[in-house]
Design a protein around this ligand. Structure first.
Ligand code: V47
Ligand code: ZN
Length: 353
């Protein structure tokens, strides 16, 4: 644990409790989940890549000077995903890594534009993710759902392409539940994406844009007002606006908090300055997520340990945190009830001498 970017410093028992706790992950990127093992396998298929395969060199490569540098490195990993078989391998292996952490349900953010613009056939892309989703559910018991996100900095062409892929009945995958917006926020105003979110929402998708990760609370307001956000990716800078905090709490708009990510991309200076405590104190539904775990030297279990320290949580507090993610998910009511019951049983058994 000492080589972690953010030292969770939770007692051993709490780590063991977290490791076995059934969980839901709501904010994790597809390409950003490629573990050293997956990167090595993809790099072996495409030896011209500049991404190192040696785990130590990779850890160095995954050290970012700022958010722009992070996106540059992120895109070099995206460049490793070149064929439908690469897409299938990545998706299936990501599910395996989630299942190992007792993640029962995950909404995986996928950027289909990045794949189609690199020449992957759109039909083959959809088949690859769906095939992996079904195999993962059957073999690991982890249910995957998709969020298709617009890489905002790639412009309105990427918004049009993402909206088309998400709403065309002949293409839209069965596992798709939501529509997002990612990438840098500076110089990429949220309101311009309104027509694309309108189309996605009309087609029955939930709105889950990133906002307030690298810009101020006004971006979160924009996401709420123009993109009709139902959850906010990060929302970190909301802490600077008491009215916004009250609004998020009153309207039960959950935040997808990713503590280690915010340190790794330098969106927040130090972990002790992370505003997650203010969110909880304001009565906001806080969910804890891993974002791009191998790139940030973390995983969902470690994020729960970090949250336990920041929010001073014991086992019951951690169980509540896990249930927040289930509540905020786009799973149906029966699915939510099932995972929550599993969390309760696990916690009671753990605490019973
Ligand atoms: N913490 C994060 N915060 C925000 N986003 C994050 C985070 N982690 C991962 N992402 C992903 O990064 C993508 C950005 C990709 C992008 O900007 C881009 C620009 C131009 C061309 C292309 C291309 O593919 O050719 C891509 C987002 O869509 C999102 O899915
Ligand atoms: Zn993200």
């Amino acid at each position: 644990m000492t080589d972690r970017l953010v030292d969770a410093r939770a007692p051993r028992d709490l780590h063991a409790f977290i490791a076995g706790l059934p969980k839901a992950e709501l904010h994790v990127h597809h390409a950003g989940s490629a573990s050293p093992r997956i990167v090595s396998e993809l790099a072996a298929r495409h030896p011209d890549s500049k991404v190192p395969t040696d785990p130590e060199a990779l850890a160095d490569y995954f050290t970012f000077t700022d958010f722009a540098h992070f996106i540059e490195v992120y895109l070099s990993v995206v460049d490793l995903i070149r064929t439908p078989e690469d897409v299938r391998l990545l998706t299936y292996e990501v599910a395996r890594d989630l299942a190992r952490q007792q993640v029962r349900y995950a909404e995986l953010t996928i950027t289909p534009f990045s794949s189609t613009r690199r020449g992957i056939d759109e039909r083959a892309f959809m088949d690859a993710i769906e095939d992996a989703r079904k195999a993962a559910e059957a073999e690991f018991g982890t249910v995957l759902r998709w969020c298709f996100d617009i890489p905002g900095e790639a412009g309105l062409e990427s918004a049009e392409e993402t909206a088309r892929l998400a709403t065309d009945d002949r293409l839209r995958p069965e596992g798709l539940v939501s529509f997002g917006l990612g990438g840098p926020e500076i110089g990429v105003p949220r309101p311009q994406f309104k027509p694309y979110f309108d189309r996605a929402i009309d087609a029955g998708l939930h709105s889950v844009p990133h906002a307030g990760e690298t810009t101020g609370p006004e971006t979160v307001w924009d996401a709420l007002t123009h993109l009709r956000a139902e959850r906010i990716g990060h929302g970190t800078s909301s802490a600077r606006d008491p009215k916004l905090l009250a609004h998020l709490a009153e309207h039960r708009i959950p935040l997808e908090v990713c503590p280690t990510s915010n340190i790794a991309t330098r969106a927040v200076r130090t972990i002790d300055e992370h505003p997650v405590k203010e969110f909880a104190r304001a009565g906001i539904i806080v969910t804890v997520n891993s974002d791009d775990p191998p790139m940030f030297g973390t995983d969902l279990n470690n994020e729960y340990a970090v949250a336990a320290r920041l929010l001073d949580l014991d086992e019951r507090g951690l169980a509540d945190l896990a249930k927040n993610a289930v509540t905020a998910s786009f799973l149906d009511d029966a699915g939510k009830a099932r995972i929550k019951a599993e969390i309760d049983t696990y916690t009671t058994d753990w605490l019973t001498p």
